[in-house]
Each structure stands twice: as C-alpha cells, then as structure tokens.
Design a protein around this ligand. Sequence first.
Ligand code: FES
Length: 197
Amino acid sequence: MSADERTTGRADDRSTARADDRSAALPLHRSASPPPDRSAALPLDRSASPPLDRSAAPWEPRLVAFCCHYCAYAAADLAGAMRLDYPPNVRIVRVPCTGRVDILHLLGAFLDGADGALVVGCLEGDCHFIRGNLKAIKRVARARALLDETGVGGARLEMRHASAAMGPKFVEIVQEMTERVRALGPNPARRPAEGGP
Ligand code: FES
C-alpha cells in the first residue's frame, strides 16, 4: 500500500467514525425526551367547558336598514369615517335606490327574524332616479299596514331620508329606531329557536 493510499484510508476511517458517532447520538437524544401525550389532553379540555347557554344572554333588537347607495349608504360610511358610535344592532343592505326595495323585501326581513326595519333614501327631490324614494314612501306605508294587520306591528318599519353629508343624522336615525324597537320587544313572528317569545 502506497503512502497516498494509507493517507486516504485514514481519512475514510475518520469520516466513517464521525458518521457512526452521529447515528449513535440521535437515538439517545430522542429517547431522552418522550413526545407529549396529546391524545390524552383533548377530551379532558372539551368535557371541562360546559355548553354555551345562549338563552341566558339578554335580548337585543335586530334591525335591517335598506340604504340607497348614493345617499344613506354614503352617510353610514361617513359616520364610520367620523368614528361616530351607533348601535351595532343594525345590518345594512345597500340598494341602488330605495325605489328598488319591494314590499316582499320588507316583509321578508321580518319573516327572517328582524325585529325592526328601516328604509333610508335620499332627501325628497334628490333621488338619483327621480321618483325612487317617492315610490319607496308608498311601499313602506303599504308594508306598515300589512304588518299591523298581521299583528307584527307597523311601527317596526320606518322610512327616513339622509343626504351623503349627514353622517350624524344617520346615527340619530339608527339610535331612534333601535330604542323604539327595544320598547316594542321581540318580533312576534320570530320563531322561538331564533330567540323569539
Ligand atoms: Fe337615493 Fe333613489 S337614489 S333614494
């Protein structure tokens, strides 16, 4: 065996020995720290927390506001930009014009569990579709009469007007309606499963 072969042979021996050292060290580390027993912890956590009792939560009125894109929706947006607080009970539905809101949309909101509804459009004479808000006034009046006839109560529905610059006015409208509906109580057409009477 030449001097080079003897040298290469020693280098191979050293690298083999280092590899053997690493392979010998790994099992030792793994066996030193056993994996946590996750399967035992999960069932204990679930049984420890009782189911949420939703019936214990105080009743809060739920409102739907049909807002025209050009004025009322912009007023609601402005109220948000001005960081004005208004009740979180209202869900806003943006419509191109209040003239697009049909009696079926209004009655449907109550059938779906709303306690009150608002239709908020441009100021009279300012409708971008000329007569849309005037048609909406008539439809809201008709829907109120139907709600009275069915026992739900026409007072739960209101038509109001606000321009795009009337952020504070929009807040006032929502606060007023929320308080009115709170005084009226839950929608009698709401099913018991939805938190009705
Ligand atoms: Fe606003 Fe018609 S565009 S009510």
